[in-house]
Design a protein around this ligand. Structure first.
Ligand SMILES: *Cc1c(COP(=O)(O)O)cnc(C)c1O
Length: 389
C-alpha cells in the first residue's frame, strides 16, 4: 500500500527502534536494563486511581466528554489554581486553558493550528524528536537552532539568521529540557518573548518537566515572562509529575487565539478527554503535590548514584538541575553510538544515544532515572565493572 508523502521524511520514532532492539535481546534471554526511556515505573498515586474508578461507574461519564474539546470547566479551573499557586501565573479558565490528551498531542495540534505549508518552524538541536515529526506532518519546514553546553543549552537569539527568523512562524522550546536537563531563567524567557514579538513567531513552550527540578533550582513557567500570553502558549502534562504517562492528560495555557484555534482542531479530531480521566486529573492537582516531592527525593538519590558511578569510570561533570534525565558526556575518543553500543553489547544496559536528538547531541548519551532503585543499582554495578577492568 502506498502511504502519504508527508510521512516519508519522518525518521522512525526513536523509542520504537530501541524497543525492537530490547525485545529481541529479551527474547534471546538477555537481562536487559533500559535507562533509555523517561516513563516512571512507580504507580500513579491511589487517590487518583480511586477517583478514576469511582467516576467511571457513573454512566453520565460514558458519553462524549463534557465541554468536549476544551476539557471540563472544573478541570480547567483546577489548572488555573495550580498555575496561580505554583507559578504565580493568572489564567482565565474560560479562554486561556485547554485540556489535552497529553502534551505531545498539544505539540501536534499547535502546528495544525498555527503553521501554513512551507512555513519555517524553529526547534532546538538537540531537541525532542516529536517536534520535528509534528512540523513535517503539518507541512512546515523545521529549522534547528543549536543549543550548546557553553550557553547552558539555551538558544542564542542573536545567532539565528535574521532571514530565517523572518520566515519563521512558530518555535518549540522545552525547559527544564529533554534531553539535556538544562533549565531556563526568567531573564531568558523575557528575551524569548521579545524575540517572538519582533519576528511574529508563535511560541509553543512545552513544559512537562516544570515540576521536576532539584536542589534549589526554581520552578519556572514561560507564562511568568512579561507578555508571554501575547506571543504563545505553554503546554504542560500530568504524565511526568504524577507518574501518569499512560493516562494521556495534559493542558495548553496562554494566548486565547491560539487556544481557540487548537480547540477547533481538536473539535474536528478527537472530541476531547474521557471525563473520568479529567476527574482523576483534578484530584491529582488538588491532592498530590506532596507526591511530587516524594518522587523528587527518589530521583535525587538515583541521580547521585549515577553521578558517583560515572565519576568512578572517569566521567566527571556538573549536570544541570532539571528533569529526570542525565545528559552525559561520553568517554574521550568514542562517539555517542560507540558508547551506547558498548554498553548494550557488554552490559545489556540501554541508554539513549545523543545523536538521536540531533547532530549537536553527538558526544552525549541520555540516562533516565525512571527505573526502580534495584534495577538502577544493578545497571551501575555492571557499568562500573565494564569500564574499570
Ligand atoms: C514526555 C514528554 C512529552 C510527552 O508528554 P505527554 O503529556 O505524555 O504527551 C512532551 N514533551 C517532552 C519534551 C517530553 O519529554
Amino acid at each position: 500500500m502506498r502511504t502519504a508523502e508527508r510521512l516519508t521524511n519522518i525518521p522512525p520514532y526513536l523509542f520504537m527502534e530501541l524497543r525492537k532492539k530490547i525485545n529481541k535481546a529479551k527474547a534471546d534471554g538477555v537481562d536487559v536494563i533500559s535507562l533509555a526511556i523517561g516513563d516512571p515505573v512507580e504507580a500513579t498515586p491511589d487517590s487518583i486511581i480511586d477517583e478514576l474508578c469511582a467516576t467511571a461507574r457513573d454512566s453520565m461519564n460514558h458519553r462524549y466528554p463534557t465541554d468536549e474539546e476544551k476539557g471540563m470547566l472544573a478541570f480547567r479551573k483546577e489548572i488555573a489554581c495550580w498555575y496561580q499557586e505554583r507559578y504565580g501565573v493568572s489564567l482565565n479558565p474560560e479562554n486561556e486553558i485547554l485540556g489535552l490528551i497529553g502534551s505531545k498531542e498539544g505539540c501536534h495540534h499547535f502546528i495544525l493550528a498555527r503553521v501554513n505549508t512551507g512555513d519555517t518552524v524553529l526547534m532546538t538541536d538537540p531537541g525532542y524528536p516529536a517536534y520535528r515529526a509534528s512540523i513535517l506532518m503539518g507541512g512546515g519546514d523545521p529549522y534547528n537552532v543549536p543549543i550548546l553546553p557553553q550557553n547552558n543549552y539555551l538558544p542564542v537569539f542573536e545567532d539565528i539568521p535574521a532571514d530565517v527568523a523572518k520566515k519563521a512562524t512558530a518555535m518549540f522550546l522545552n525547559y527544564p529540557n529533554n534531553p539535556t536537563g538544562a533549565c531556563a531563567t526568567l531573564e531568558f524567557l523575557n528575551k524569548l518573548v521579545d524575540f517572538a514579538r519582533n519576528y511574529d513567531i508563535a511560541i509553543c513552550y512545552d513544559n512537562p518537566y516544570s515540576e521536576i527540578v532539584f536542589a534549589g533550582q526554581e520552578r519556572v513557567s514561560f507564562l511568568m515572562a512579561q507578555g508571554a500570553k501575547d506571543v504563545g502558549i505553554e503546554l504542560n502534562s500530568l504524565s511526568k509529575p504524577f507518574n501518569m504517562c499512560g493516562w494521556r492528560l495534559g493542558m495548553a495555557c496562554g494566548n486565547p487565539e491560539l487556544i481557540a484555534a487548537i480547540s477547533k482542531v481538536k473539535e474536528n479530531t478527537d472530541s476531547g478527554i474521557f471525563n473520568p480521566i479529567q476527574f482523576a486529573g483534578i484530584k491529582a492537582l488538588q491532592k498530590e503535590a506532596p507526591f511530587i516531592e516524594k518522587m523528587l527525593a527518589l530521583y535525587g538519590k538515583r541521580r547521585e548514584l549515577v553521578l558517583q558511578t560515572l565519576k568512578k569510570i572517569g566521567i566527571d561533570f556538573n549536570p544541570p538541575r532539571g528533569t529526570f534525565y542525565l545528559w552525559v558526556p561520553v568517554p574521550k575518543g568514542m562517539t555517542s553510538l560507540d558508547f551506547t553500543n558498548r554498553l548494550f553489547d557488554k552490559t545489556s544496559v540501554v541508554v539513549a544515544s545523543g545523536v538521536a536528538y540531533g547532530k549537536y547531541g553527538e558526544g552525549f548519551v541520555r540516562i533516565s532515572l525512571t527505573v526502580s532503585d534495584k534495577r538502577l543499582e544493578e545497571a551501575m554495578k555492571r557499568i562500573e565493572k565494564e569500564f574499570t577492568q
